[in-house]
Design a protein around this ligand. Structure first.
Ligand code: SAH
Ligand code: SF4
Ligand code: F3S
Length: 444
């Protein structure tokens, strides 16, 4: 039996790609093992969004250089593979497969080449029309499933490698998305997460020509599906109809991740984000005006070239104005091929670190305040796991908050009985900056 090990870095798109790669390998007669030492084929599905992420794969490959890697086949997949291409063979000569996400449909052929002893197999074409739409996907989680609706990105944000590593936008047909959603429902999945680097620019390639809001509504109607999430939204293409769709159907989770990157219109212009602070705030206003309480989260980059102290303060004031429920924040990292690479006025590393820490503390105070306001209320948690150490079930609310709770009758999984996969109504008794805690009232 041929064995493989895979480690995945990066975003949910990569996580889902790995699920498809695993399914494809298993269907080709490979079996997955938990440790690289046991594997014949070692794969890294990589991310290159920031320099640190890119370095990880080279560290991993280095670890095997000193002999442990003998007789094994190494493959680099994903965004670093697409970005670095054949240069990876120079940097890590023991690698024999380099393939980007647009080429995974050809994995079976590439495996045959590897098995016949080919030492340099590549899949780097970005102009492939074939979607990696495989029947073999091995989903990690038996209750929540990802569905890719659009691949690639047509924006050109000045700092970002994704348009180079994932190629141009390609949407799947609405019929194929709905077929997958129905199949997942019939297999017992109750939560679906629609994926794309910019789901808002989804455009059904079939004559129906559905836009994203239309697709979202239709997925929300699939029998058996109780929660639908989507990520990520680009503010420029985020239309009010999406908010209306969320208002109409409680199956569509009341959480929108709307990455802003900066609160300064001037920085947004230099980032080529295609919206101003006011444009962004208009979209926030649609959500705040909704009857449902829509949770809003975001991504921020600090220290983009030329970001002044006044620009940074604009970002802090945006956090106060929007009142995000959480955010991901990053120090600007210079990336190959991107327009911002050559910009003057790079911000020193220690100044970026100072801004990042300051921003995170500022946001932490906002989250403590917002979460404390929820103590005493009730919410529904979709149960994802159990924490042995604390004796709490781990759940998630429709607003995407972590809600850990105890159940008066079910202290933990026992005799095959578990709450995982169920929906529990929980009374919230405590709040921290990043999670809530409570006691279950009932579960279905
Ligand atoms: N398509 C998504 C973003 C995907 S990348 C969108 O447009 O919102 C996820 C996040 O990584 C981005 O939102 C951004 O905040 C961050 N990021 C991307 N490139 C970066 C870089 N060069 N340096 C630092 N952070 C970066
Ligand atoms: Fe990158 Fe911008 Fe595309 Fe998002 S929209 S993936 S940040 S280029
Ligand atoms: Fe990273 Fe590629 Fe995703 S660069 S964030 S794995 S699209």
């Amino acid at each position: 039996m041929k064995t493989f090990y895979i480690e995945t870095f990066g975003c949910q798109m990569n996580a889902h790609d790995s699920e498809k790669v695993i399914g494809t390998l298993v269907s080709e007669g490979y079996s997955q093992v938990a440790e690289p030492e046991q594997a014949d084929l070692i794969l890294y599905n990589t991310c290159s969004i920031r320099d640190k992420a890119e370095q990880k794969v080279f560290h991993r490959l280095q670890q095997f250089k000193k002999g442990h890697g003998k007789g094994k086949v190494f493959g680099v997949l994903g965004c670093v593979a697409q970005q670095e291409g054949e240069r990876i063979f120079e940097r890590a000569p023991h690698v024999s497969l380099v393939a980007g996400s647009a080429s995974y449909a050809k994995l079976p052929q590439m495996l045959v080449q590897l098995e016949s002893g080919d030492r340099r197999v590549t899949g780097l074409s970005l102009d492939t029309e074939e979607a990696f739409d495989t029947p073999f996907t091995r989903r990690d989680n038996p209750h929540r499933a990802y569905i890719t609706i659009i691949e690639g990105c047509d924006k050109s944000c000045a700092y970002c490698v994704v348009p180079f590593t994932r190629g141009p936008e390609r949407s799947r047909t609405s019929a194929s998305v709905l077929k997958e959603a129905r199949e997942l429902a019939s297999m017992g999945y109750t939560e679906i997460q629609l994926l794309g680097q910019n789901v808002n620019s989804y455009r059904d390639p079939s004559p129906a020509a559905w836009d994203f809001a239309r697709l979202l509504r239709a997925v929300g109607e699939v029998d058996g599906i109780r929660r639908v999430r989507f990520t990520t939204s680009h503010p420029r293409d985020f239309v009010k109809d999406i908010v209306d769709a969320i208002e109409e159907n409680p199956v569509l989770c009341n959480h929108v991740h709307l990455p802003v990157q900066s609160g300064s219109t001037e920085v947004l212009r230099r980032m080529q984000r295609l919206y101003t602070r006011d444009d962004y705030l208009r979209r926030i206003a649609w959500m705040k005006a909704a009857r449902r309480d829509i949770s809003i989260t975001t991504d921020i980059i600090v220290g983009f070239p030329g970001e002044t102290e006044a620009d940074f303060e604009q970002t802090l004031s945006l956090l106060d104005e929007v009142q995000y429920d959480s955010l991901f924040s990053f120090k600007y990292s210079r990336r190959p091929n991107t327009p911002a690479l050559t910009l003057d006025d790079q911000i020193p590393e220690d100044e970026k670190s100072r801004r990042l820490t300051f921003l995170q503390e500022h946001q932490r105070a906002i989250q403590i305040r917002r979460n404390s306001g929820l103590v005493g209320t009730f919410d529904q948690a979709f149960v994802e796991g159990y924490n042995q150490a604390t004796g709490q079930w781990i759940g998630r609310t429709t607003q995407n908050r972590t809600l850990n709770f105890i159940h008066p009758l079910q202290a933990g999984p026992k005799d095959g009985e578990t709450l995982i996969g169920k929906y529990c109504n929980v009374r919230i008794t405590r709040a921290g900056p990043n999670s809530l805690a409570g006691e279950a009232v009932d579960c279905v």
